[in-house]
Design a protein around this ligand. Structure first.
Ligand code: CTP
Length: 396
């Protein structure tokens, strides 16, 4: 557990005192704790005690200049493996359920792409109120996990559900959540290109290809699931950005190259995009009219090779992986591409097999200087998971 980090949001409730004990348990288990203390939370525990036990700075103000200078709220929200809210007050739950971003804690909850665990604590009537029921259901539907609340006597003198779970129980839930996902690529940056590129002929016409983006998106998602910070540079597709991935939308090959260069340095680059090899030498600013008897041929020029450029960049990622979509002599072409482009691996696939382009299945071979490894035909998601695991093993 030595490298695990949690972001601990401490809300304003009497149960906040229990968070000091929780912090002590986590530090003893070598889990790094970065606290965010809400203004109401600071009425119950002091920043000094929280900071002393967490052995880290306590963040509290969204607009604090020093906090933002050292670490912006977006970075803060993604700096951990897990976000824990304890006590999760009725107010914090309502804000999170409705996507409010009115202070540092709620903004962080809206901006994070990490799993969230909440330990609710509130008066029994507040817990049972229809509004809290709705918020609880909405948060669960959004993927938030919960520990507690327990039933028992409350500080306010009433009895019922609403007591925050004990520190040991929250500690167990945190350890289970952290242990549940192996994140061997935590701290690594990955760049993935996906989809087709679109090269304008004139404002209404274009040169493009049949790439769906599915394989590239699945790889971006699998790398993120293993903890990598992923930038997905994507041509136009019908797909939604995978959770936890930063997508940069581009159209042309030249835009894709610029976006890739802007995403460096990175530890890993996986070029899955079906980049158009050529673009019209001139992109006409005005629509070409069909008044000429025979249309002028469209002169083409070659596009930059993004994979080759990344492979020879001064900031070359440690591992550069390309794809080779071939219709014949798959492995021979892949081997030649490996050398020509200067990348470390080529994932070769035979697109002459029906259902590969745009479909959900892929039969690939992994080609490296060391040889060829043939994988059986499997779902594109499975290819992505296997490849992400191979990448993690290579960088370990
Ligand atoms: N690629 C790239 N930039 C280009 C062309 C290709 O980054 N301008 C990348 C693709 O993303 C893929 C790999 O290079 O990872 C191989 O693409 P492919 O189209 O198979 O290779 P080409 O170089 O275009 O070779 P050919 O068309 O002759 O097969």
């Amino acid at each position: 557990m030595a490298e695990k980090r949690i972001l601990l949001i401490v809300g304003g409730g009497i149960a906040a005192y229990k968070v000091l004990e929780l912090t002590r348990l986590l530090r003893k288990a070598a889990v790094a704790v970065r606290p965010i203390l809400t203004r109401a939370g600071a009425e119950f525990v002091t920043p000094l005690s929280l900071s002393a036990l967490a052995e880290d700075k306590v963040y509290s103000e969204l607009f604090s200049l020093t906090d933002e200078a050292e670490m912006g709220h977006i970075e803060l929200s993604r700096s951990a493996d897990l976000v824990v809210v304890a006590p999760a007050t009725a107010d914090l739950m309502a804000k999170a359920a409705n996507g409010l971003a009115s202070d540092l804690a709620s903004t962080t909850l809206l901006a994070t792409d990490k799993p969230v665990l909440m330990a609710p604590a509130m008066n029994v009537r507040m817990w049972e109120h229809a509004a809290t029921r709705r918020n609880f259901a909405a948060l669960k539907a959004d993927g938030v996990s919960f520990v507690g609340p327990d039933e028992g006597a409350m500080a306010c003198g009433e009895y019922g559900p609403g007591r925050m779970a004990e520190p040991a129980a929250i500690f167990e839930a945190i350890m289970a959540a952290l242990g549940g996902t192996a994140r061997p690529l935590a701290g690594k940056r990955a760049l993935v290109t996906a989809g087709p590129t679109v090269e304008a002929i004139d404002p209404v016409r274009m040169l493009t290809n049949r790439s769906s983006g599915k394989q590239g998106y699945a790889i971006a998602s699998s790398l993120a699931a293993l903890g990598a910070e992923v930038t997905l540079v994507s041509g136009p597709t019908a797909l939604a950005a995978p959770a936890g991935v930063t997508r940069v939308d581009v159209e042309s090959a030249r835009e894709m190259l610029a976006a890739c260069e802007a995403a460096l340095p990175a530890d890993i680059a996986v070029c899955v995009a079906a980049v158009a090899d050529w673009r019209p030498a001139e992109a006409n600013g005005r629509k070409l009219k069909k008044n000429a008897e025979t249309p002028e041929p469209i002169a083409l020029v070659e596009n930059p090779d993004i994979l080759a450029m990344l492979s020879k960049d001064a900031r070359r990622p440690r591992l550069v992986v390309g794809f080779a979509a071939e219709t014949h002599d798959v492995e021979a072409h892949a081997k030649a591409k490996l050398v020509r482009k200067g990348c470390d691996w080529i994932v070769a696939n035979d697109v002459s097999i029906e259902g590969t382009m745009g479909g959900d299945q892929n039969a690939v071979a992994l080609v490296s200087a060391g040889g060829i490894e043939r994988w059986e035909r499997m779902a594109k998601g499975e290819v992505a998971r296997r490849l992400a695991e191979r990448i993690a093993a290579e960088l370990a």
